[in-house]
Unconditional design. Structure first.
Length: 149
């Protein structure tokens, strides 16, 4: 690991512990040359995942897209960024636990719908209204009735 201060390769690990999300390792390092300390995070590299869109186009999986959808759905709701991050981690774990190289966007959408329902009811309805592309009030009301049951 190169020192971010002096660019030397001679660094050593002083302390190692799980990061807050328990899916990565936080390491405190010290440069043997300049003596400065810095922190690194190690995360398990996952297999590249391809998302098959509704129009059958394929694109690389992008965590940021799911995060943006969650943040928009939870806008002005009593949901913290920490809760959104935790929900996002759960969604991502479920996606990657399927151990497939390609996944349809509809499958991801259903996973998100399932997880966001437990997060906030209004956020769920907001996400559902965009994801399900409601054509009229009746289909919207049908989704609301499912939520009330």
């Amino acid at each position: 690991m190169k020192c971010p201060y002096c660019n030397e390769d001679n660094t050593r690990v002083i302390d190692s512990r799980p990061a807050d999300d328990n899916s990565s390792i936080r390491r405190r390092r010290q440069c043997d040359i300049c003596g400065k300390r810095f922190t690194t995070y190690e995360k398990v590299e996952t297999i590249p995942l391809i998302v098959i869109k509704k129009d059958k186009n394929r694109e690389a999986y992008d965590r940021g897209k799911i995060e943006a959808g969650l943040v928009k759905s939870c806008h002005k709701r009593p949901v913290s960024m920490e809760q959104i991050e935790q929900c996002l981690d759960e969604i991502e774990n479920e996606i990657f636990n399927k151990e497939v190289r390609e996944i349809e966007s509809t499958v991801i959408g259903e996973i998100v719908m399932d997880k966001i329902k437990n997060l906030d009811a209004v956020a769920y309805v907001r996400f559902a209204s965009v994801y399900r592309e409601f054509k009229d009030v009746n289909t919207f009301m049908d989704e609301l009735k499912k939520l009330l049951v």
